[in-house]
Write a protein that binds this ligand. Sequence first.
Ligand code: SAH
Ligand code: SF4
Ligand code: F3S
Length: 476
Amino acid sequence: MLDLVAHKVHDESRQGESYAPQNPDNKVYTRKFYIESYGCQMNFADSEIVASILNKEGFGATRNLEEANLIFINTCSIREKAEQTVRNRLQEFRKIKTQNPGTLIGVLGCMAERLKAKFLEEEKLVDIVVGPDAYRSLPKLVAEASEGHKSVNVLLSREETYADISPIRLNSNGVSAFVSIMRGCNNMCSFCVVPFTRGRERSRDAESIVRECRELFENGYREVTLLGQNVDSYYYTPPYSQPEEAQPVTFARLLEMVAQISPLLRVRFSTSHPKDITRDVLTTMAAYENICKCIHLPVQSGSTRILQLMNRTYTREWYMRKVDEIREILPDCSITSDIIAGFCTETEEDHQETLSIMDYCQYDLSYMFFYSERPGTLAQRRYKDDVPLEVKKRRLQEIIEKQNQLSLNNYKKDIGKTFKVLVDGDSKRSADDWVGRNSQNKVVVFPKKGTTCQKGDYVNVKIKDCTQATLFGEVV
Ligand code: SAH
Ligand code: SF4
Ligand code: F3S
């Protein structure tokens, strides 16, 4: 398996990292591509598909912009700021293009889908525009662009899942990998651009998912994260040609199939829409020790009135009962969230309800944003973006402070407990320490001295101290 180094996960601080080849086969490539990714884990997983498609065409990856024949930027449209980051980056690519006029610049992902051919008018330096469902056409588009024709393919598909393409793992630590299980989203949250950029929801062939996870395990990986905008609505119906006993596969069943590969393979998943996570999923999680006890359950707001305007399809009380159900079936489970401050018409009372639902749910971590109006969404068409920016920012700050408090309290409760930790590698701060994560996805740092463990091993660590984002302990 060809491996590339340099990749990263969904985390605002790590946006935009590039990839470079490790090249174990010592193959020398005369044509090279450079790729940089922004946005969610799905986009990073897609870049691994793109790398695989380009590699088959004889392009090697490089981390050095100057030696690249192709420069790709995999983009995100979720908030205005995400798009601005991409535009700024494109301006930096302009210098490279001036030095090497033959270099082709391609825009991939959600911004490509949103802006389509308009991108070519707005950003003259761009040669290729490709939407998330059109990556198979990249070889053709690159060939056209090499001949001087700007090329665009932003067709969305109802079927494409890239099921048969083996992703090239980019900058993986060799322990943990993302596996895409579905694409698109059929929910219509009024603030969200994803249904427009990613198209209709479709589930990937269950067998191909299990095969990919098994291969990862056989290649030494010890953790897979099953990815989708709404994993709990995964539903795969085998084609008619299969035997009659072939049953549709639900998300709970898929989780079980992946968990059964080996007790040594940890299984995670993201993201769950609160309306779709079933009791079946929770009881399956409880039944398998290797299905990690961590649920990302974005609440968005604590006010029923705002949730209705957001078209989230649940109320404050309904969401709280869902959290009760999780706590009842999975007492050790961590719960994390996404929260939006200052959605259209949000009052101080609504905002207070968001703060109080956070207290109720005791989130271990949240991704927090202020509302950013997106062109074409239901909210943009129907509601006025009427909360002043200073108010949005102040409310967001209060939400962040609340989350910091909750995280610290939660982490403090772990002092004295012993966790099974999967070792990810050296701690960023010191090569004398290992860093890993427990089942709840909390980062655990512990001294190497006196231990014999290696990257990819499981060890029991007793927690002695913490910050709001890290547990510190010792191997027992
Ligand atoms: N499919 C996932 C979310 C994907 S987007 C889910 O339903 O949970 C990730 C997060 O970005 C969302 O949960 C939301 O909190 C935030 N987000 C989406 N659109 C936004 C907007 N217009 N302004 C601010 N935040 C937004
Ligand atoms: Fe966007 Fe809602 Fe779909 Fe998540 S579930 S991607 S927030 S529309
Ligand atoms: Fe962004 Fe597209 Fe993901 S808009 S968050 S990259 S699905």
